[in-house]
Design a protein. Sequence first.
Length: 301
Amino acid sequence: MDGYAPGTVSRGGPALQGYGGILFSVRCSLSTLWDRRYAGDMTDSPATGTGPVDVPSNWSTGGAEYATYRPSYPRQVSSFLADLAPSTALAVDVGCGTGQLSTQLADYFDRVLAFDPSESQIAAATPCPNVTYAVAPAERLPVRDATVDLVTAAQSAHWFNLPQFYSEARRIAAPGGVIALVTYGVLRISDADLQELFGRFYYDGIGRFWDPGRHFVDEGYRTLDFPFEELEAPELSIDRDLDPEAFLGYIGTWSAVRRAEEAGRADLFRDFCADVVRIWGDNGRPRQVSWPVTVRVGRLN
């Protein structure tokens, strides 16, 4: 098991209730919807490079919502990274969430170890025969030295204590090992009116409730510290056709939505939901939604 020290991993627990976990519909009652409380996603502040490695007690719940509504990465990401790795024996996915990238890496690597500090994320993770999930922070990975061909962090590195994560990545890397930080940015929706509404909500309505590290995501991780000789990566995007349920379900997984609700501004998301349903029309016909994908990749040794 490559020196991996398994912990207790629970699966099949009750799904958390919340904005992100409720089935949205253009026919649903928004008042009924709003009676449910959303548990939110990652709730601690992102690491600045000097913070402690202990996992905060108020770390994210909401794994079921993530599994349902968060977008999947293009298959080209895993294929590209597998081609760069010195071998395809073992990959480690850090901050794996519910396994959006882990399960794709499993198509190219013999084994994948996937770690997340949130028990609820691991409990809701997608089962895969050659993926082993466990609860562990990015700064203390239960993996043997010099064994890992690829270390990934997808939509999670801005939460890490980066110097400690990078130290761990170097420790576990096999000769020629590769590290990749993957992120997707701010979405665009094909309908102009919905795009304008979304932009106002993202930047003006909910903007002040984003954590301080959110700008790293908006900037495609380009300003995130990456002390490695960088390799060229392809330009990619996530493209999906979403109905109002899936669109609002995804937005309901945002940490900023939960923070707004905690601050007594539940009306921001409630009103946004009502406006989306009103403008969407066409009996909820799916619209194209795209996210730009950035991959920062380098050699660990």
